[in-house]
Design a protein around this ligand. Structure first.
Ligand SMILES: O=P(O)(O)OP(=O)(O)OP(=O)(O)OC[C@H]1O[C@@H](n2cnc3c(O)ncnc32)[C@H](O)[C@@H]1O
Length: 489
């Protein structure tokens, strides 16, 4: 994020044209090109309130089918049509007279980061095809780019803290500066298909590795933030990593997999498993071309196989997550979103009130994994088979990552809230990205008007009436009628 230091830029001015009417609303559009598909988000906010925390909110989300890492190479025509459909939807939501001033941004995440590593020219081709479609729309297209893992973490953190209202201190705290830091920020945990991010403001001042350190000045306050994006540890790539590790110990390509339900069968081409940079070139050494996976639904064993993808044998810092990556002690509340939410929500482990304790969450995943596949399938006929068959793996992976990877103990677990939406907006990096690029989060506190316009007018009218009354009274006192004065003498 140090390189995209636009957040809280001191020279920030809103880049969107100002509305003439005081009631008008502005719009911004962000496309999140992820590893499985693309989502298009339309945001709106009242024009006169653009620096206020929480006023920008999502009014539309449209899923662009096929525009994800697998779709890029497979059905580009379908992906193109679906993108056009979502752009049309955005044209219906944003009033026509505002199309030309409404900015559109596209950010591609870990799926594209991996595709770029594997096949740079293909990644460039995909981005330019998408750019072409977006340029031909009536909106103000601002560019398509692959965002870094650090940016993905930072913008996710900005989004949730903006929506939770954590950046702006209530006005009365200005008079009590010693209390100003009492209201903390919330950490952000994001699980995608290809990568996962952890971002929070640690207690300790020193962030031992430069690449994990971000500095923001927002609304007049400094924030030192830790972030890391684990590429290949999104839930889809983590499953591939696990399968590739398990494959090392099979002789014939048959795998009894405890992370899938008893009775579940899946056949995969070994070459498909090895088509990305997450998995080192072990394919050549295998004497078989297909993997025959057979589930046996055993949570404890599943957890043991997952544990093998986290290398905790070395740490060059005072404390680490895994794979030698620095992680300071966990601090404060955390909001966990994207696939953290999708999976835990399916497993009924997200409650509005108090968080489900870790031991209860573990038992729930364990009991779900032990159910036979035919029973699960019969109970949830409408859920995509890919998702349904992988909830046992994904639930176990989430517990492993949070507990063993990041060190959320029983006690710290209680600080995690699984979030789908905050208000009407999805938790994710896109809102933070747009707030940053439109300069809507200022570095310094915008000068606050002590009174609203209506109260100001009311006060002026009241003062004028008092003034008139005082003048009238004075006049009556000093200019008493002469006849009355005579009569008194
Ligand atoms: O590129 P990265 O940064 O990895 O992130 P992403 O863009 O793939 O991340 P998403 O939030 O779009 O999706 C996260 C994962 O959740 C999966 N997913 C989406 N909806 C789901 C649902 O209802 N149940 C289970 N998984 C779901 C999806 O296929 C991805 O693997």
């Amino acid at each position: 994020m140090a390189q995209t230091k636009k957040v809280g830029d001191h020279c920030s001015k809103p880049t969107l044209p100002l509305c003439r009417s005081s009631k008008c609303v502005k719009y911004g559009i962000v496309l999140d090109a992820g590893s499985s598909h693309t989502n298009l988000y339309v945001y709106e906010w009242p024009a006169e309130k653009e620096n206020d925390t929480g006023v920008v909110h999502q009014v539309e989300v449209c899923k662009v089918e096929g525009l994800g890492i697998s779709g890029y190479s497979q059905d580009t025509e379908k992906a193109g049509l679906s993108l056009q459909h979502c752009m049309k939807r955005a044209q219906e939501v944003v009033p026509e007279q505002q199309h030309r001033e409404t900015p559109v941004y596209l950010g591609a995440t870990a799926g594209m980061r991996l595709l770029s590593l594997q096949n740079r020219s293909m990644a460039d081709r995909v981005l330019s095809a998408v750019e072409k479609t977006l340029r031909s729309s009536p909106f103000n297209f601002q560019g398509a780019r692959v965002i870094s893992g650090q940016e993905e973490g930072a913008y996710g953190w900005i989004t949730i803290n903006y929506l939770l209202g954590n950046f702006k201190q209530p006005g009365w705290l200005n008079f009590l500066p010693h209390l100003r830091s009492s209201r903390g920020t919330s950490g952000a945990l994001d699980l995608g298909g290809a990568s996962t991010q952890i971002t929070f403001a640690p207690d300790q001042e020193l962030i031992e590795s430069q690449e994990n350190s971000l500095h923001f000045r927002l609304y007049g306050k400094n924030y030192n933030v830790y972030t890391h994006s684990f590429l290949c540890y999104g839930k889809d790539q983590a499953l591939r990593l696990k399968l590739a590790t398990d494959l090392q110990s099979t002789q014939n390509g048959s795998l009894l997999d405890p992370c899938f339900h008893l009775g579940y069968l899946r056949i995969m081409n070994i070459s498909d498993l090895y088509t990305n940079p997450c998995i080192a070139n072990g394919e050549q050494q295998l004497p078989f071309t297909q993997l025959h996976l057979q589930g046996n639904g055993d949570y404890q064993r599943c957890r043991m196989t997952i544990q093998k993808i986290f290398n905790t044998s070395y740490c060059p810092y005072s404390s680490c997550a895994f794979n030698g990556i620095f992680l300071p002690p966990l601090q404060g509340e955390f909001g966990a979103f994207s696939a953290f939410y999708f999976v835990m929500n399916f497993l009924n482990l997200t409650t509005e009130k108090s968080p489900v304790p870790l031991d209860k969450a573990t038992s729930a995943v364990e009991s779900f994994c032990s159910r036979p596949w035919h029973e699960v399938k019969a109970e949830f006929p409408k859920i995509k088979e890919k998702y349904l068959s992988e909830y046992c793996f994904s639930g176990t992976y989430i517990l492993s990552l949070l507990e063993n990877g990041y060190g959320f103990t029983m006690e710290k677990w209680q600080n995690i809230q699984f979030l789908g939406k905050i208000g009407s907006s999805d938790a994710g990096w896109t809102l933070g990205y747009m707030l940053n690029l439109t300069n809507m989060i200022p570095a310094e506190k915008p000068p606050t008007r002590p009174l609203s316009h209506a109260s100001y007018v009311g006060l002026m009218v009241f003062c004028s009436l008092v003034l008139v009354a005082v003048l009238l009274l004075s006049w009556l006192t000093f200019h008493k009628p002469k006849c009355l004065q005579k009569g008194l003498i």
